[in-house]
Design a protein around this ligand. Structure first.
Ligand SMILES: [Zn+2]
Ligand SMILES: [Zn+2]
Length: 263
């Protein structure tokens, strides 16, 4: 399969969004620091689920404005729909957007799309992209303690199921979260999804045209993990972009019937 299945335009949009999110993240860091204070954190629950104070609505609105601007510039045909969604957003609704984005409440966003007569994917995309600077900021602030967390294999910062791993030359795998950019290490031989650690239950799908990537599949839970050779991609490339650049692996795995509805 062609590894350039994702339109260049979409990659460009994601790159622009990521750059903006990084600058918003820097801007929000002092506020995020204040939100957490010195509260002790439970190492068995993702950091994001332990937010001691809500994300300030005015900051979320600023983020929403900034990402809306970028999306409208890149996709002018949905400018009106974006405007329709955010122009009359009340504080209460903005707060609901944040909560629904954190909890991945897709039903909420699907209903909103129906009610506002906009594309089904748009409300969640907007809410999630505006939320990412906060997720990335929270990850940044807690980067040094991420290895102390054990949250059933999910991202220790945001709870996202793992889907992307980078393999080093000595066969160590670091997992990278495309949502909050957290990196953490995979336990050797254990399936990241169900924890099965029997080697015979793991097999690999390779892609003929690309030797730098493969898919690790668990026959116990039928789920998969995309694995890339760390040296084949620039160290500075964000996990969100890597995830997008390797989307052909998701298509290959899903075509074979692997993965679940979260993918
Ligand atoms: Zn994450
Ligand atoms: Zn498994």
């Amino acid at each position: 399969m062609d590894s350039q299945v994702v339109a260049n335009r979409y990659i460009q949009l994601q790159r622009a969004l990521f750059n903006e999110q990084q600058s918003l993240k820097e801007q929000f860091l002092p506020h995020i620091k204040k939100m957490f204070g010195d509260n002790p954190l439970n190492r068995e629950v993702p950091v994001l689920m332990q937010l001691p104070r809500p994300i300030p609505i005015e900051l979320y609105r600023a983020s929403l404005q900034a990402v809306s601007h970028i999306i409208s510039d890149n996709e002018p045909h949905i400018k009106q729909d974006i405007y329709k969604l955010i122009s009359e957003l009340s504080d209460q609704q903005a707060d609901q957007w944040i909560k629904a984005a954190i909890k991945y409440e897709m039903t909420y966003f699907h209903n909103l799309a129906k009610k506002q007569h906009v594309s089904d994917w748009l409300p969640h995309f907007l809410a999630e992209q505006a939320f990412r600077p906060f997720a990335q900021g929270i990850a940044h602030l807690h980067a040094s303690i991420m290895t102390e967390f054990n949250v059933m294999g999910t991202c220790p910062c945001c709870g996202e199921p793992p889907r992307l791993g980078k393999v080093t030359r000595d066969q160590k795998t670091s997992l990278a979260c495309p949502r909050c950019e957290t990196q953490w290490y995979k336990q050797r031989l254990a399936c990241v999804h169900c924890g099965d650690d029997k080697e015979e239950n793991t097999f690999h799908l390779t892609i003929k045209e690309d030797e730098s990537v493969h898919i690790e599949i668990c026959s116990t839970c039928n789920n998969y993990l995309k694995l890339i050779d760390r040296s084949s991609y620039p160290e500075t490339m964000s996990a969100s972009l890597l995830d997008l650049q390797t989307i052909h692996l998701d298509f290959a795995a899903q075509e074979e019937g692997f993965g679940d509805d979260n993918y």
